[in-house]
Design a protein around this ligand. Structure first.
Ligand code: C2E
Ligand code: MG
Ligand code: MG
Length: 724
């Protein structure tokens, strides 16, 4: 490590100082005596000055036999630089070289002139010696000494330059250079501390650097120092949080080097860089990688991580934990119907609702499109989690208000407990997911607790989903028709198309077994389109040859999902156009709960359907909620009174009262009623007494294939007896 302290630090250190500058007088003397020059250069200078002296003597001193005093300066210099012998040589050489230029009397070479020359030369050489002694200290040096001195001087200059360079580097560096003793007390602090940590560089000396470290970093400092002190040549890189003067924490990354045994340093050198911005960016990136951007909740990866940690803790403490898997019902419909912006807003609001409702959860995450999960630790046999699930159901009973639109969305939930203690995080999430799936299938807007037998049920459902996709291609579906009769006459006024699935292995599968799976997987949209086309075509054909057949109506069921299908209107149009069935003969049945998903949008779709003559019936009426107020808002033609009212109408007063109330309401709104599921004569008579206009049920006819319906219609359209 080549770290050198600044001048100030260096001065305090016990070391020889190679950087003390030479005194000025010494420099002047060296210059005069040509000591600063190398020997060849000194000779050149002396030769030039000699030539100059002779030229000057020739022009100025003409006529005298004595050269002016300054005439001897080169000789004098030669004496100083090279000693008496050098001066003499210079004088002799100059005399012979410049002989022709000398004034006549000197040039005669008389003994007098020569002795004059020589004596004056010697005189000046002596004066030169005297002068050098007078200025003190400068001993005339041998060539070797001069050479050595020059080397020392050059070395000193280089050292000084290097020193200056290092000082500038340390002082202007954006990095922080700190020298501390092994207790962390500052011996030297570079000025950049003012910028990096807002500290006053002057007053930090003697204070503890490590005291400004975050508590969690103090122990690491001690470990590093212990390690480095044992391994005196080592260096280590570490990161710590250090308190800024403004109270904030800054992240410093330091290379710590042990230079305790280096006399010029005598401490641990920390070369630190402020990496706070880098850390913040890293944190942001990490946050992005582990959080859902839309809701700000943790994502699946982070949730799994939390769960993993909780499981590890739990295996030590022996507590239970529970995972709640939450899925929004019909979210896809809302998204398809209103667009992604509204869908996103709904997810945000749902997340917020979960946050406030599940405050006691240890982690809440969005782990998929409309799927959320919550983790409960230390739960008492799942009681806390169950209570939380109940609260979620309650909170979702309120509509979401998005862009002045009221949207009803329920949540289906599944809960998994790690009661066996062997489940992994992924197992628990999957089990909770399966339980959620079971809840959704049983009845949306509720929760189920996972049990091992769910596995096979769910696997069956998954298999069914695959089979359903296959079924459409393989034409395994069939439309059955159940006649609808008027009361009290019993004349057939139409039929309801009910789908059947001729499964290659399972035989005839009823809609109750697969409509739920088709809905949750979205295949219902294609299946719904298929039955609409099929029923319209078949019904038109089979009623064509029947007298009065053109007045018989066809009812087709629509699922919730289809209502939010943007292509629904188009599908209905095409089914009518392809079959030739008149629009006024078609009734589309929708359930109350389907309407409730999004009243305003259902209103729009139904209004448009009615605008070209299609009729609308509310199916299973009386089983949903806020049904009565709906009737005034939704454009419908028929109310189908649910079978549950009809079943007991003959033997209990309550259903009768309700049917009467529904009937009078229908009359007020000018709607037709159809009683569903009439199974016996008692029920029929009770319904007739209640003035129902139409009925449907096994008592009249079971749902049957088109050919059988054709036979039935061909025989008689007035059936008042059980047909099959
Ligand atoms: P839904 O629309 O209320 O249809 C009436 C259901 O009651 C039919 O059951 C019918 O067979 C049954 N039913 C009729 N009379 C009686 C009776 O006297 N006693 C009893 N116990 N049941 C009677 P299915 O065909 O099993 O259909 C069940 C439900 O499946 C339907 O209820 C409807 O919601 C749905 N569904 C049937 N076909 C379709 C379809 O093509 N599309 C859609 N989206 N849903 C369908
Ligand atoms: Mg129906
Ligand atoms: Mg029904």
């Amino acid at each position: 490590m080549g770290i050198v302290g600044t001048q100030a630090y260096a001065e305090r250190m016990p070391q020889g100082d190679p950087k003390v500058p030479r005194p000025l007088s010494d420099r002047i003397i060296s210059s005069i005596t040509l000591m600063n020059l190398s020997a060849p250069m000194a000779l050149v200078v002396i030769a030039l000055l000699t030539a100059l002296s002779w030229v000057a003597a020739y022009f100025l001193g003409g006529g005298t036999n004595v050269a002016p005093h300054w005439f001897y300066i080169p000789v004098f210099l030669a004496g100083l630089r090279f000693g008496p012998f050098g001066a003499l040589t210079t004088a002799v050489i100059s005399m012979f070289v410049a002989g022709p230029l000398l004034p006549a009397d000197v040039a005669t070479h008389t003994p007098q002139a020569i002795s004059d020359w020589v004596s004056r030369g010697i005189f000046f050489i002596l004066i030169g010696q005297f002068v050098t002694l007078l200025f003190g200290g400068v001993r005339r040096m041998s060539v070797r000494e001069v050479h050595l001195q020059t080397k020392v001087e050059l070395g000193t200059t280089e050292l000084q330059a290097r020193e200056a360079r290092y000082s500038a580097l340390v002082e202007n560096s954006s990095d922080l250079v700190t020298i501390v003793d092994r207790d962390g007390t500052i011996l030297f602090q570079s000025p950049s501390v003012a910028r990096v940590l807002g500290w006053d560089a002057e007053s930090t000396e003697g204070t503890s650097f490590v005291a400004a470290f975050h508590d969690s970093d103090q122990q690491r400092w001690r470990t590093i120092v212990d390690f480095l002190v044992e391994d005196s040549d080592g260096e280590m890189v570490a990161e710590w949080q250090v308190r800024h003067a403004d109270g904030s924490w800054r992240f410093l990354q330091s290379i710590v080097t042990n230079l305790i045994h280096e006399p010029s340093i005598g401490g641990l050198v920390l070369n630190s860089r402020d990496v706070t911005d880098q850390k913040t960016l890293e944190d942001q990136l990490r946050h992005q990688a582990f959080h859902d951007q839309l809701t700000g909740l943790a994502n699946r990866a982070l949730f799994a991580e939390h769960l993993d940690q909780a499981l590890r803790r739990q295996s030590r403490v022996g507590d239970e934990l529970a995972v709640l898997f939450i899925d929004l019902d019909e979210f896809k419909s809302v998204n398809d119907l209103h667009g992604h912006t509204l869908g996103d807003e709904l997810l945000k609001q749902a997340a917020e609702r979960l946050r406030t409702t599940l405050r006691d959860a240890d982690a809440i995450a969005r782990i998929g499109g409309d799927e959320f999960a919550a983790l409960f630790e230390g739960v008492a046999l799942g009681l806390d989690a169950s209570a939380a699930a109940d609260r979620v159901i309650e909170s979702f009973a309120q509509p979401f208000l998005i862009e002045s639109l009221e949207v009803f969305v329920t949540a289906s939930m599944g809960m998994a407990l790690n009661d066996s203690g062997t489940e992994s995080a992924e197992d628990l999430i999957r089990n909770a997911d399966l339980a959620m799936y079971a809840a959704k299938t049983a009845n949306k807007g509720r929760y189920e607790v996972f049990s091992t037998n769910m596995h096979s049920t769910i696997l069956d459902r998954m298999q069914m989903e695959l089979d359903l996709r296959h079924a459409l291609d393989q034409s395994e579906f069939e439309a059955y028709y159940q006649p609808i009769v008027t009361l009290p006459s019993g004349s057939i006024v139409g039929a309801e198309a009910l789908i059947r699935w001729n499964h290659p292995q399972r035989g005839l599968v009823m809609p109750g077994e697969f409509i739920g799976v088709a809905e949750s997987s979205g295949i219902i949209v294609q299946i719904g389109a298929w039955i609409l086309h099929q029923a319209c075509k078949e019904f038109e054909v089979l009623t064509r040859g029947v007298s009065g057949g053109q007045s018989l109506g066809l009812s087709v069921n629509l699922s919730t999902r289809q209502l939010s299908d943007p292509l629904l209107i188009d599908t209905v149009h095409r089914a009518l156009a392809n079959s030739g069935l008149e629009a006024r003969r078609l009734t589309l049945e929708i359930t109350e709960s389907a309407i409730m998903v999004d009243v305003p949008s259902t209103f729009r779709v139904l209004t448009e359907l009615r605008s070209f003559g299609v009729k609308i019936a509310i199916d299973d009426f009386g089983t949903g909620y806020s049904s009565l107020s709906l009737l005034s808002q939704i454009p419908v033609d028929t109310i189908k009174i649910d079978r549950s009212f009809v079943t007991n109408v003959a033997n209990r007063p309550e259903p009768g009262r309700l049917i009467r109330a529904i009937q009078s309401l229908a009359n007020d709104f000018g709607l037709r009623t159809v009683a569903e599921g009439v199974e016996d004569l008692d029920q029929l008579e009770a319904l007739e007494g209640l003035e129902c206009q139409a009925a449907q049920g096994f008592y009249f006819a079971r749902p049957q294939p088109a050919t059988q319906l054709a036979e039935l219609l061909g025989r008689d359209t007035s059936i008042s007896v059980v047909a099959t």
